[in-house]
Design a protein around this ligand. Structure first.
Ligand code: WTA
Length: 649
């Protein structure tokens, strides 16, 4: 933290970069002079509306905003058809690279045909405007096609990350009441096919409203089949017409639901609508990455299961008519230079990835990027967690040849699109800081009492005015929406992040201030993992904390109290390690492998206050190898000694 404040390096854009950049300093001035007029201009310039809007923002139903409320449009038309109509049908939309090395080139004309067929296939399965469709797919072009096919008929999609378990899929399908699931037999990961369809079968066996499962063939592996319910993707597409008229929807029509972890055990279905979301995705993608659709090759390494994949793989780039790389697999298959091989092969000019990936590449060593010609790169982006200045510098130097601007972009599933970030042709970038709210965005850092902190001070990050891509609520739970985000500082959106303002007033993000962990840029809830642990018959009680980790940012560390009978059994058989392994696997099964604790410590007691609240702060001290801090508020102050002793055993 102190290091952060002493960071004095600054990297202004080169005059050449600034001269050719999409955005100049005037963008901030225009937005400051007339915020709503500015967003209206962007929405008209970047999107094609079937009916123009006359209203810009209506916040009379706060905290639910309406943007461009009386306008009408279709998201898939904006992402696909209009580029073909404008004569860019031959432009590559997606350079797909499968993990085994198979490739596919999808032009905008191809995309139009495939999305249209898929939309007709969904309609044939009974999906109508407004129905929800769950998508559980690997990173293959069909993932993007499925999302756009849903958007084309106005059926909100709910993409569930392919690494989530059947249990997690089941609860998401039921919460959104999805009628159809689109999945694949499997995908390639770490050099071998990894099945997906069995998890769908398991989820549906628990009872859901799903009527059909559309199964894309990717690996060709054998999958269980339920006649009448399951439909082969290839058959459905072949039978469908390649012509489909996109359904015009209101600007506020739901585009998608995406589940994210909150501070309680139950994931929140974050709801995004069409017009404002697309306008801000397109605006940010154009200006933060300085996109030139005719010449750039853009690559965002995020999975479509996360919001970054929604806004900066599917919607932002395609609405802007960009050419992008889509890669199915892991960065070290078959070698640790796979990403850099792809940058060279496709001449990637804009790369958008996460600090955890950058730190992993740092650990592997500069020799891997060093094997390849990376001179096509001209903008580098980072997202998902605070980027430490060392990683930022390595990214710029080793990947960007000390030449490319690096943009550290802060945003959330809830914000829909980038909110705080340097502009590459304008901002003198500081390693480790997201710095300034984008034009048209208002943010501040407040103290406990809700007063803005002066420069040099720290507190809570808030967004002070509504923005076009803001969430419109939590699916089915308006009260939780109001309570979660709008009650801490009335009238303002509280993001859950801590932040500092430096002496120049630039914003430095400091991580979550609530019970949400950030592991490799993935949001995980401590409560959700605790619930998973307690659902195991051996566990009496559990407490989970996020401990600092050099590579993943944070790591999950769990403290569990076993039930007496389980403890006896474990002691007698000397099976302590088996118990830990079993519990780790149990969490993977309940939530997904990403939620597996790095370590699980079996303890006799947990540190609690007199009112029974677990003091996670003290557990974090232990997990990070420190002496436990102030224990005076504990009901039983000897508990921490017992836990520390247990650690040394
Ligand atoms: C964190 C991902 C610091 C933050 C787009 C936020 C960041 C959470 C940054 C949202 C950044 C994201 N610097 N922290 N540049 N970007 N975060 O919903 O804690 O998966 O609240 O959205 O990630 O995670 P989410």
């Amino acid at each position: 933290m102190e290091n952060l404040l002493r960071e004095e390096r600054s990297f202004p854009p080169s005059p050449e970069f600034a001269a050719q950049a999409n955005a100049g300093p005037d963008l901030y001035e225009r937005a400051a002079a007339d915020r709503e007029g500015f967003w209206a201009e962007q929405a008209r310039e970047l999107l094609t509306w079937s009916k123009d809007f006359t209203e810009v923002l209506d916040f009379s139903g706060a905290p639910v905003a309406r943007w461009f409320g009386d306008g009408r449009l279709n998201a898939a038309y904006n992402a696909v058809d209009r580029h073909v109509e404008a004569g860019h049908g031959d432009r590559v939309a997606i350079h797909f690279e499968g993990e085994p090395g198979d490739t596919r080139t999808v032009t905008y004309a191809d995309l139009k045909e495939q999305v249209s067929r898929a939309a007709n296939a969904l309609a044939a399965l009974g999906v109508r405007t407004g129905d929800r469709v769950a998508i559980y797919l690997p990173m293959i072009p069909e993932a993007v096609i499925a999302m756009l096919a849903c958007a084309r008929i106005g059926a909100p999609h709910s993409v569930v990350f392919g690494g989530f378990s059947a249990e997690a899929l089941h609860s998401r399908i039921n919460d959104a009441e999805a009628r159809v699931v689109i999945t694949a037999d499997g995908g390639y990961r770490r050099g071998k096919p990894s099945a997906l369809k069995p998890a769908v079968d398991e989820a549906l066996a628990k009872g859901t409203p799903v009527e059909h499962v559309l199964v894309v063939e990717r690996t060709g592996q054998d999958v269980p089949w339920t006649e009448g319910r399951d439909v082969r993707g290839a058959d459905a597409l072949a039978a469908a017409s390649p012509e489909h008229t996109p359904v015009d929807v209101e600007a506020e029509h739901p585009l998608f639901i995406l589940y994210t972890s909150g501070t309680t055990g139950k994931p929140k279905g974050i709801l995004h609508t069409t017009g404002g979301y697309l306008a801000q995705c397109a605006f940010t993608h154009k200006h933060v990455f300085d996109l030139k659709p005719e010449t750039d090759v853009y690559w965002c390494t995020a999975d479509i299961g996360w919001v970054t994949g929604h806004s900066y793989v599917t919607y932002g780039p395609l609405v802007n008519g960009a050419t992008q790389v889509l890669y199915e697999g892991t960065p070290d298959t078959p070698g640790k230079d796979r990403w850099w091989e792809l940058v060279e092969k496709y001449k990637v000019s804009i790369l958008y990835t996460a600090p955890t990936a950058i730190r992993t590449c740092m650990k592997w060593g500069a020799e891997y990027p060093g094997k390849h010609d990376l001179s096509s790169l001209r903008v580098l982006g980072s997202v998902g967690e605070p980027i430490n200045p060392e990683a930022w510098m390595w990214y710029r130097r080793t990947i960007g040849a000390d030449r490319t601007p690096v943009v550290d972009t802060w945003w959330q599933t809830e914000t829909g699109a980038i909110m705080i970030s340097p502009l590459p042709g304008v901002t003198a970038a500081k390693p480790g800081s997201a710095q300034v709210p984008l034009p048209g965005i208002s943010a501040d850092v407040l103290d406990e009492r809700g007063e803005p902190v002066p420069n040099g001070g720290g507190g809570y990050l808030v967004l002070t005015d509504p923005w076009p891509a803001m969430l419109r609520g939590i699916w089915g739970d308006p009260q939780r929406f109001a309570d979660t985000y709008w009650s801490r500082f009335p009238g303002m959106y509280f993001a859950g992040d801590g932040a500092k303002k430096d002496d120049d007033g630039d914003i430095w993000l400091l991580g979550r201030v609530d019970d949400v962990m950030n592991v490799s840029g993935h949001r995980l809830s401590t409560t959700e993992i605790e619930s998973a642990l307690v659902s195991h018959p051996m566990v009496a009680e559990a407490a989970v904390v996020g401990a600092k980790d050099d590579t993943t940012g944070q790591a999950v560390v769990a403290f569990v109290i076993l039930r007496a009978d389980a403890l006896e059994r474990a002691d007698e058989a000397g099976e302590g390690e088996d118990v830990v392994a079993e519990l780790r696997n149990h969490v993977a099964k309940e939530i997904g492998p990403i939620a597996k604790p790095r370590s699980i410590l079996v303890v006799a007691e947990l540190p609690k206050t007199r009112s029974g609240k677990i003091m996670r702060r003290l557990l974090r001290d232990i997990a990070e190898g420190r002496e436990a801090g102030d224990v005076t508020t504990l009901a039983d102050s000897t508990v921490m000694d017992q836990i520390s002793k247990g650690m040394q055993r």
